[in-house]
Design a protein around this ligand. Structure first.
Ligand code: NHR
Length: 201
C-alpha cells in the first residue's frame, strides 16, 4: 500500500489514492495513509454482523468517493459475490505466488516445502472466485537453497512493489480493463499474464 501511495506522488502518475479502508482498527496501513494525509477509515467486522451486511456497509462507504478502482493491499477478508458484482471489473488484488500455482494462504512456506525453483507474485482482477480472477502481470524470483520464509517473502515483496503500481497505472491510463471474464491490455485479451522484466512502464 505504501508503494502504491508513493508511486501516486510521482509527477506523471495517472492515479491518486483517494481513501483507505481496513477491517482491522489497528492495521499499519491506516497509519501509513495518515502519514500521507489520505482519509483512512477502519470498518470493524463485529462478530454479530453477517458477511452480507458488512459488505453492504463497506460498499456504501466506498461509493462515497466514487472510486475508479478498488485495490486490495493486505486486505484479508473474502469479499462476497454481491460486493464483487457491485464493483465488477474494478477490483485488483496482488497475491504472493505465480497463480494459478499456490492460491490461498502461507504461500512462501508452501513453495519452500514443494522445492519450487521459482516463486513470485501475481496481480489479478478480483472475481467471486478466490484468487481465481484473470491474472494481469507476474513478477518472478528465483528460490535459493539458503531461502527461508522471511527471505523469500522479502524478495517477493520487492517485486510486488514494482508490479502493483504498474497495473494500477495501466488501469487508470485506460490501457487495462476487465471484460468477458478476461483481462485486456491495450485492446488485446491477456491469455497469459504479462511477465515483468523491469522494462515495463
Ligand atoms: N475476495 C474475493 N471475492 N476474491 C478474491 O480473489 C479475494 C477476495 C478478498 C481478498 C486477497 C487474498 C490474498 O491475496 C483477497 C482476494 C484472504 C483470504 C482468506 O482466507 C484468502 C485470500 C486472500 C485474502 N480470508 C479469511 C476469511 O474468512 C480470513 C483469513 C485471516 O483472517 O487470516 O475472509 O491472499
Amino acid at each position: 500500500m505504501r508503494a502504491l501511495i508513493e508511486r501516486s506522488r510521482d509527477g506523471d502518475s495517472p492515479y491518486t489514492v483517494a481513501q483507505v479502508y481496513s477491517d482491522q482498527p489497528d492495521a499499519a496501513g491506516l497509519r501509513v495513509a495518515a502519514e500521507f494525509g489520505i482519509p483512512a477509515r477502519a470498518l470493524a467486522a463485529d462478530p454479530g454482523v453477517g458477511r452480507a451486511a458488512y459488505d453492504a456497509a463497506l460498499g456504501a462507504a466506498i461509493r462515497g468517493c466514487s472510486p475508479s478502482l478498488l485495490v486490495l493491499a493486505g486486505f484479508m477478508r473474502i469479499l462476497s459475490a454481491q460486493f464483487v458484482e457491485g464493483f465488477a471489473g474494478k477490483i485488483l488484488n496482488i497475491h504472493p505466488s505465480l497463480l494459478p500455482k499456490f492460491p490461498g494462504l502461507h504461500t512462501h512456506r508452501r513453495v519452500l516445502e514443494a522445492h519450487e525453483p521459482v516463486h513470485g507474485a501475481t496481480v489479478h482482477f478480483v472475481t467471486e472466485q478466490l484468487d481465481g480472477g484473470p491474472p494481469i502481470i507476474q513478477g518472478r524470483v528465483a528460490v535459493t537453497a539458503n531461502d527461508g520464509e522471511a527471505s523469500l517473502a522479502a524478495r517477493v515483496q520487492t517485486v510486488e512493489h514494482r508490479i502493483y503500481p504498474l497495473a494500477v497505472r495501466w488501469f487508470c491510463q485506460g490501457r487495462l480493463r476487465f471484460s468477458a471474464g478476461r483481462a485486456w491490455l491495450d485492446g488485446s485479451a491477456l491469455h497469459e499474464p504479462v511477465q515483468f522484466t523491469g522494462a515495463d512502464t
